[in-house]
Design a protein around this ligand. Structure first.
Ligand SMILES: Cc1ncc(COP(=O)(O)O)c(C=O)c1O
Length: 474
């Protein structure tokens, strides 16, 4: 393909994406493909000769779209959002165009220096304390692929920082994301060495229970080395009390465990000063992570990790073979982000974040968060006003958890029918039934936060819920 052909064909791809943005709300949100259906549309063997570009593009509609669950649909309310703004798409495209591999500062100084500066901007935008910025000279931020990689990097640094590996033990609440256990498996700590700490009525970690678990483990000769506090749990958006957890860890005595704050989804809300109370005590944390690729308009993958002291991360992850040596790195004059992550190679991911922050400004980011929360609050109001529904845990930011009163089976059928209608898409979780200890209740989660979601889309989702809930067979 010549550059001129690329120009022509590229414009058609941009047109296709723009058309997709315009029509995404008319497509069934959840893909209706059966297992194997998409693969069956592909030939068994790759083409021997180049195929016509028209045929390739046409297959975006014929083959790909039927197998897409539309995360960018304004009535996608499942999991957490993975929003992809036009600004981010163009930044990602520019990154592909440059095709930079930014493992070392030397391999593209712009890739490293823009990332460092943009993560300082982002730290300031969400109100992280100065020690987490690169300006401190000790801490700083780095873009990881996912929150799962961020917790792994933090855990590897924590493990490295501990003298001796006897009975290393990690902690998170019962509501912590499964990536904490996965990191413990990968780090060689073992899943059985992760203690899941009880939560209070709001499903937030109980610091007193954490203190008891740490004391018991120390008394038994084990080494508490890592604690993950979650701001915005995956199930219900619960907020762990970072300040109190930090105080438990700061008690004098044995070596202090590393405190990692996983704010994968909720961290984005801190661009609005009125939501920053959740950051209380964050200065006691060693690392903080949130995903601009969830709720901050930046196309997957972009997970921002900040550490207060980069030293343990570098100690854990830096290995320098001869072929990567160069004068700038040897002089310690530059950041080489390969030392801050598990893989060696890395894309120019900062470009899409830079485009998003510049294209929307802090104002645009705040507007997106505030709109999402206000729309979620509208949905909550309707649910609470309808006696068929209950909202068993308080709304957290833009996440509303609800169920039909009575048997779980009714809520399950409601979820299936609304999702099958294609008009909206929700996912579920289970929460403990406080009235019947040991039992759980099924709830539907509505995570509002799409780029294109507006009041009319909440109306549409509500109409689908209302209609299906009213069906006699439920
Ligand atoms: C609280 C929390 N932590 C971690 C993750 C994992 O995110 P990622 O897909 O970026 O690894 C999620 C995903 O939803 C999450 O909700």
């Amino acid at each position: 393909m010549t550059p001129e052909e690329f120009r022509q064909r590229g414009k058609r791809v941009i047109d296709w994406i723009a058309d997709y943005m315009e029509r995404v709300e008319s497509l069934p949100v959840l893909s209706r493909a059966e297992p194997g259906e998409i693969a069956a549309m592909l030939p068994d063997t790759p083409p021997e000769r180049p195929e016509p570009w028209d045929a390739i593009l046409a297959d975006l509609d014929r083959v790909v779209l039927p197998g897409v669950t539309h995360w960018q649909s304004p009535t996608f309310f499942g999991y957490f959002p993975a929003n992809s703004s036009p600004e981010a798409i163009l930044g990602d495209l520019a990154s592909s165009g440059l095709g930079v591999q930014g493992m070392l500062w030397l391999t593209s100084p712009a890739c490293t220096e823009i990332e460092t500066r943009v993560l300082d901007w982002l730290a300031d935008l969400i109100g992280l304390p100065e020690p987490f910025t690169s300006r401190s000279g000790v801490g700083g931020g780095v873009i990881q692929g996912t929150a799962s990689e961020a917790v792994l990097v933090a855990m590897l640094a924590a493990r490295d920082r501990m003298d001796g590996n006897a009975g290393l033990t990690a902690y998170g609440s019962t509501q912590a994301h499964s990536s904490v256990v996965k990191a413990a498996k990968i780090a060689g700590v073992g899943r059985e060495r992760v203690r899941l700490i009880e939560t209070d009525d709001a499903l937030a970690m109980d610091p007193a229970a954490l203190a008891r678990a740490i004391d018991d483990d120390r008394a038994a000769g084990r080494t508490p080395f890592f604690v993950c506090a979650t701001l915005g749990t995956t199930s219900t958006g619960a907020i762990d009390p970072v300040e109190e957890i930090g105080r438990v860890l700061d008690r004098p005595g044995a070596a202090r465990p590393w405190l990692h704050v996983d704010a994968a989804w909720a961290g984005a809300a801190c661009v609005c000063p009125e939501h920053r109370q959740m950051l209380g005590g964050v200065e006691r944390a060693d690392s903080f992570n949130f995903n601009p690729h969830k709720w901050l308009l930046t196309t997957f993958d972009c997970s921002a990790l900040w550490v207060r002291d980069r030293g343990p991360v570098l100690d854990a992850l830096s290995i320098t073979p001869e072929y990567l040596r160069n004068r700038a790195s040897d002089a310690g004059a530059v950041i080489d982000y390969r030392d801050w992550q598990v893989p060696l190679g890395r894309r120019f991911r900062a470009l899409k974040l830079w485009f998003v922050i510049r294209g929307l400004g802090a104002e645009g980011l705040r507007e997106h968060i505030r709109r999402s929360i206000s729309l979620a609050s509208d949905l909550e109001t309707r649910l609470r006003a309808d006696p068929r529904f209950e909202v068993p845990v308080p709304r957290s930011l833009a996440l509303v958890c609800f169920r039909l009163r009575g048997e779980d089976a009714r809520t399950e059928r409601l979820l299936e029918r609304v999702n099958a209608s294609g008009e909206a898409f929700f996912t579920h979780t289970r929460i403990e039934d406080r009235d019947r200890p040991g039992e759980t209740r099924l709830v539907i989660r509505a995570a509002v936060g799409g780029v294109w979601t507006r009041a009319e889309h909440i109306d549409r989702a509500w109409r689908a819920l209302d209609r299906e809930a009213g069906r006699a067979s439920l």
